[in-house]
Write a protein that binds this ligand. Structure first.
Ligand SMILES: *Cc1c(COP(=O)(O)O)cnc(C)c1O
Length: 394
């Protein structure tokens, strides 16, 4: 099997699994219990919190553990909105191509009387600072813009956005689920107030994430109950998962220079080789993107068929985010960068990991053009395009 859907989820690193295992068996104590057995679990939770803070540039008491990226996004946004509303500020700025964990939370707030400005992301998939400047109003309580897009991998000018928000006294949240462990991040240097991350996107376990929330920025709990996580997130600490998250993050940060160099080379090989397919186009900026992300549109192709054919060859790929596959709607991300509906349907996302080999990439470079040609030959739409009855869009 060739696994190229690492933006969907990743394999747990063997050393991470090994670090987690004792917390299911011999050290199964509840981190909130007072006796020594429980306090052992407490210690490792706090060690993990310190590790996470060190990798992000913040301090340990600014980290709370959640169930994952979606929960962190929900809590950050709902909390900032509630705090804003208390001051009569009910305007939020975001971008047109956020993850659904952000977009659907914003939709809910819109139904509750908030106003949201969605910044355009242009054909390169990057927001512009000038647009953000123009969108800021006296009643803006939150700017939430993702660090790197999960479908096309484009990286946003986070440090510049952070600087502007800090100057204006507006809370800045970033969904950094695709970026953490993949590109360097420093919450202090980048003036980030809140940041979401999720372990299963960097070779950690699923169902565990964290929210960084800068000291002084108010945070309301999303889940009420016990006093865990300093009253910010109720629920018995998932000790093994927390250990796994911290171990995976530490490892990812350590391996980042080496992995990122290797993947950038493979990514650029994919781009240059698959660009040779006629009427194809790269989605998003070629340089300002995650080292592991390839996303291209092939005109006249249904993404779904392409994926099924790749699956037959043992290649796991995606045509967008895991959350929208299964629905026939074209990706909101590809529409946001201006791809017409019919082209947005024919997209292919390949996302690599440290386990990806050049041999695997060569196999994909051989397979994709054959599959694209096969489907185009059978397609009546392609026939019309070739005869000039219909105009090529890319
Ligand atoms: C995967 C992902 C999420 C959701 O994280 P979960 O831990 O799966 O809930 C949120 N935002 C982005 C950008 C993602 O890629």
């Amino acid at each position: 099997m060739i696994y190229l859907d690492n933006a969907g989820t990743t394999r747990v690193d063997d050393s991470v699994l090994k670090a987690m295992l004792p917390y299911f068996s011999e050290n199964y104590g509840n981190a909130s219990s007072l006796y020594t057995f429980g306090q052992k679990a407490r210690e490792v939770v706090e060690e993990s919190r310190a590790k996470v803070a060190k990798c992000l540039g913040g301090s340990a008491d600014e980290i709370i553990f959640t169930s994952g990226g979606s929960e962190s996004d929900n809590q950050a946004i709902m909390s900032a909105a509630r705090f804003g509303a208390l001051k009569g500020k009910k305007h939020i700025i975001s971008s047109a191509f956020e993850h659904h964990a952000v977009l659907h939370t914003l939709n809910r707030l819109e139904r509750d009387g908030f106003e949201v400005t969605y910044l355009p992301v242009y054909s390169n998939g990057i927001v512009r600072l000038a647009d953000l400047k123009k969108a800021i109003r006296p009643d803006t309580c939150l700017v939430t813009i993702m660090f790197a897009n999960n479908e096309i991998g484009t990286i946003q000018p986070i440090a510049e956005i952070g600087k502007l928000c800090r100057q204006k006294g507006i809370i800045f949240h970033t969904d950094a689920v695709q970026a953490v462990g993949h590109v360097p991040i420093d919450v202090e240097k980048m003036n980030i107030d809140m940041l979401s991350l999720s372990a299963h996107k960097f070779h950690g376990p699923k169902g565990i994430g964290a929210l960084y929330c800068r000291k002084g920025v108010p945070l309301f709990p999303l889940i009420e109950g016990g006093a865990q996580e300093r009253n910010k997130r109720a629920g018995t600490e998932s000790v093994a998962n927390i250990v796994g998250l911290a171990a995976a993050l530490e490892l990812a940060v350590k391996e980042m220079p080496k992995v990122s160099k290797k993947l950038t080379k493979l990514r650029d090989k994919l781009i240059s080789e698959l660009s040779k397919i006629p009427h194809s186009a790269l989605n998003g900026d070629a340089i300002n993107r995650l080292p592991n992300n390839f996303n291209m549109c092939f005109e006249g192709i249904e993404g779904e068929s392409l994926l099924l054919s790749l699956d037959e060859k043992g290649i796991c790929a995606s045509s967008g985010s895991a959350c929208t596959s299964g629905s026939l709607d074209p990706s909101h991300v590809l529409l946001a960068i201006g791809r017409p509906h019919e082209v947005a349907h024919g997209s292919l996302r390949l996302t690599m990991s440290k386990y990806t080999t050049e041999k695997e990439i060569d196999a994909v470079i051989k397979a994709v053009p054959e599959i694209v040609e096969y489907y185009r030959k059978m397609s009546p739409v392609w026939d019309e395009l070739e005869k000039g009855v219909r105009k090529h869009v890319i």
